[in-house]
Design a protein around this ligand. Structure first.
Ligand code: PGA
Length: 260
């Protein structure tokens, strides 16, 4: 079953790289596209999306956004709709990232509305879930992740989760801290996420969904994480900002997953 899942390695640039720096990264990018069972991409800030659309196609990278609004248009000052992103040539949107949840007060019900809008607009979605250190220390990490997942998925159908959604397990304590989850911790949660999906959508569904790991992924730890069968790629923050480092992460993942 694992053999059929698409491996996805996406960079989340957060609030880094304006149009000029973003273009420079894409111009330097020389890694050939990875083949049909692997997708690689970058989610730059909104303002850097437009100048990258053509280069992204040329270089075989998927372009993603880091957020979207749930309405198609209207009086929502400062917001950008999923439909606008689609029109621009964006492929995926990251929703439910812990920085959006914790710094901008987004809860899972709000995220579910965005998710529905993103799917309606024709985008793919990377849905992030993950526990805080406190929740893990209290032994509540599975309860928290399952609640987040169930509430954020809203009315998503079985076909949608299999074909258009990637789940990213990102423990909050591992994001930007240099301290990644161990392969054991990540593997256990990824298997659990598949169980939650099975419970919701029927046995056998979970094994068809791509589940990425995110949190301090770098060239030095990517091979041991990629060798966990249930880890189908990565959502990479800091280490996706340099072409060499991000290319190294992709190459190593492809080698371990035997896709090169
Ligand atoms: P990091 O961020 O790789 O810098 O830890 C990951 C993320 O927030 O997606």
């Amino acid at each position: 079953m694992t053999g059929r899942r698409t491996v996805r390695i996406y960079g989340n640039w957060k609030m880094h790289k304006g149009p000029e720096e973003a273009l420079d990264f894409f111009q330097k990018w020389s890694l050939p596209p990875a083949g049909n069972r692997c997708e690689c991409g970058i989610a730059p800030p909104f303002v850097s999306l437009v100048p990258l659309v053509h280069l992204a196609k040329e270089k075989g990278l998927k372009l993603g956004a880091q957020n979207c609004h749930f309405e198609e248009k209207g009086a929502f000052t400062g917001e950008i709709s999923a439909f606008m992103l689609k029109e621009m040539g964006v492929h995926f949107v990251i929703l439910g990232h812990s920085e959006r949840r914790l710094l901008f007060g987004e809860d899972s019900f709000f995220i579910a509305k965005k998710l529905r809008a993103a799917l309606q607009a024709g985008l793919e979605v990377v849905l992030c879930v993950g526990e805080t250190l406190e929740e893990r220390e209290q032994g509540r990490e599975k309860e928290v992740v399952s609640e987040m997942l169930n509430a954020s998925l809203g009315d998503v159908t079985r076909d949608e989760i299999v074909e258009r959604i990637t789940i990213a397990y990102e423990p909050v304590w591992a994001i930007g801290t240099g301290r990644n989850a161990t392969p054991g911790q990540a593997g256990e949660m990824h298997a659990f996420i598949r169980e939650v999906i099975d419970e919701r959508y029927g046995a056998g569904t979970g094994t068809q969904v791509t589940v990425q790991y995110g949190g301090s992924v770098k060239p030095s730890n990517v091979e041991e994480l990629a060798s966990v069968e249930d880890i189908d790629g990565f959502l990479v923050g800091g280490a996706s900002l340099e072409t060499e480092t991000f290319a190294d992460i992709i190459e190593k993942t492809l080698m371990v997953k035997q896709l090169r």
